[in-house]
Every structure is written in structure tokens, then in C-alpha cells.
Design a protein around this ligand. Structure first.
Ligand SMILES: NC(=O)c1ccc[n+]([C@@H]2O[C@H](COP(=O)([O-])OP(=O)(O)OC[C@H]3O[C@@H](n4cnc5c(N)ncnc54)[C@H](OP(=O)(O)O)[C@@H]3O)[C@@H](O)[C@H]2O)c1
Length: 247
């Protein structure tokens, strides 16, 4: 797939799925902006990608002032945005009785409010024919224990994405969702023990965790002309997690 002369913004692009997707877009010829909260992570990602086509922006998606800063950083040279990958996300897994207001707010502010307002602020810069991809999760439709808040944030993302697909169609902008199953990333490492990861791999039909590159390939497909008649769709990339787990 060729993304030469295309501009791509990826929120949460410093590690895991976002980093793999940034690399894939750069390799396909795109100019890419990645965000994260942590300057050190951005520096590491920049060193690893090592391309003049990469720009890093410290921007906490849960803070509207930071979202505005990203909008300014992207648009200062009059760039038009071809692909917006709304990927930044956090999860805390705990039973309902243990959820604190701070944990609830952090997950909703990052995963829902942050993605929503990043889309709103960057909307004026989206080119005709642009593509927006949200990162949701197979958790949005599963009902796994201790995921009530995280799963609710991803369910909200799915609804926002479906409505955005209808609203933005008049501008010929396609909006889709990629829903990963268990993917081997620093994010998964931070919430799952080795034992939990072995369990998660075992409840997929393919009997393994996914690789961030396997999500990146799906995002590039959804953002490409090969997906020109695909909008308002959720593509699940989970190694058969759903079907196997429900048997
Ligand atoms: N891995 C899985 O099994 C899996 C499954 C389903 C869905 N997902 C979803 O996939 C997405 C990426 O997750 P991942 O597994 O790749 O995790 P990850 O390795 O922890 O990556 C998360 C990225 O988001 C950034 N980030 C977090 N909070 C942010 C904020 N408030 N503002 C800006 N950037 C922020 C992180 O950078 P900083 O820490 O530097 O801010 C990092 O770049 C998330 O939306 C997650 O919910 C993951």
C-alpha cells in the first residue's frame, strides 16, 4: 500500500499498536505525527523510527488544551490530514466494588472524551476522502469480569464511530473501527501477568497473542483505497477470541 504524500496523525503512537502503525505508515511513504503524554517515550519512538517524516507531539489526549496544541502543531504549515488514527487508550481491570472515581474518570477522559475531541478539533483539517480509524477492543462486546469501565469506554467509542461515519460521509470521509483482541504490547504487559497472558492466548482459536503489526496492517488497509467502500464498520482482529471463548 502506498501512502506517499499522505499525512497521518496517530494518537498514542509511542509504544505497542500505535508505534507499529506509525512504522508501517512511514514505510508506506506517509508523513506521520505521533502523540503521547511522555516526552521520553516519544524520544524513544523517534529514535527507533529514525525518519525525517516523523513528528512527535507531547499531547495528553484527556486534556482539551493538549488536544488543541496537537491541532496547532499539525496545522501550522497548512497541512491537510488524510488519516486520523485515534488509538490512545488506557485500561484498568478491577471489580465494580473497587473502581474509584479517579480510575473511572481517567479511562473515560482518555478513551472517550479524548478520542471524541481529537476528532472534533482535527475535523476542519481532514481532507476530502480522508479516513478515520478508532481503536476499540473486543472487550466492547465481550462481558469479561473486571472490565466494566474499560469495556464501557470501548462501547462508547464504537457508538461515536458509527455516528461519525454517517455525519462525515457528506465530506467523503470514511470512519471505521479496529477492535484488537489480546495483543502483545507494553499496555497488555501493564495489566496482565504472564499467567493471564497465557490464559488469553489459550482462549483464542489461533492459540496465541496477536502482534501489534497485525493491527497496523488492518489500519493501513482501512485507511487505503482498497477499503474505499468500507465505512461505519468494526474490524475485529483477535485470532478468533470471541468465537472460541463463547464455545
Ligand atoms: N494490547 C491489547 O491487548 C489491546 C486490546 C484491545 C484494545 N487495545 C487498545 O489499543 C490501544 C493501544 O494500546 P496498546 O496495547 O498498544 O498499549 P500501549 O503500549 O500502552 O500504548 C498506548 C499508547 O497510548 C499512549 N497514551 C496513553 N494515554 C494517553 C493519553 N492520555 N494521551 C496521549 N497518549 C496516551 C501511550 O503513550 P504514553 O504512555 O507516553 O502517553 C502509548 O503510546 C488502546 O486504545 C487500547 O485500549 C489494546
Amino acid at each position: 500500500m502506498d501512502f506517499t504524500n499522505k499525512n497521518v496523525v496517530i494518537t498514542g503512537g509511542t509504544t505497542g499498536i500505535g508505534l507499529a502503525t506509525a512504522k508501517a505508515f512511514i514505510n508506506a511513504g506517509a508523513t506521520v505525527w505521533i502523540t503521547g503524554r511522555n516526552a521520553e517515550n516519544l524520544h524513544k519512538a523517534s529514535t527507533e523510527i529514525n525518519s525525517p517524516k516523523l513528528t512527535t507531539v507531547v499531547s495528553d489526549t484527556s486534556k482539551l488544551a493538549d488536544v488543541s496544541f496537537l491541532e496547532q502543531a499539525f496545522s501550522e504549515k497548512g497541512n491537510k490530514l488524510d488519516v486520523l488514527f485515534l488509538n490512545a487508550g488506557i485500561g484498568t481491570f478491577e471489580p465494580i466494588e473497587k473502581v474509584t472515581e479517579a480510575s473511572f474518570d481517567a479511562q473515560f477522559n482518555t478513551n472517550v472524551k479524548g478520542n471524541f475531541f481529537t476528532l472534533q478539533k482535527l475535523l476542519p483539517h481532514l481532507a476530502e476522502g480522508a479516513s478515520v480509524v478508532f481503536t476499540s477492543s473486543s472487550a466492547a462486546t465481550a462481558a469479561n469480569l473486571e472490565t466494566s469501565v474499560y469495556s464501557a469506554t470501548k462501547g462508547a467509542i464504537n457508538k461515536i464511530a458509527h455516528i461519525a461515519a454517517n455525519e462525515l460521509a457528506t465530506k467523503k470521509i470514511r470512519v471505521n473501527i479496529v477492535s484488537p483482541g489480546p495483543i502483545a504490547t507494553p499496555g497488555l504487559d501493564s495489566v496482565a501477568t504472564d499467567e493471564a497472558k497465557t490464559f488469553l492466548a489459550g482462549v483464542t482459536a489461533l492459540q496465541r497473542l496477536g502482534h501489534p503489526d497485525e493491527i497496523a496492517k488492518t489500519v493501513l488497509f482501512l485507511a487505503s483505497d482498497a477499503a474505499s467502500y468500507i465505512s461505519g464498520t468494526e474490524v475485529t482482529v483477535d485470532g478468533g477470541y470471541h468465537s472460541y471463548a463463547l464455545k
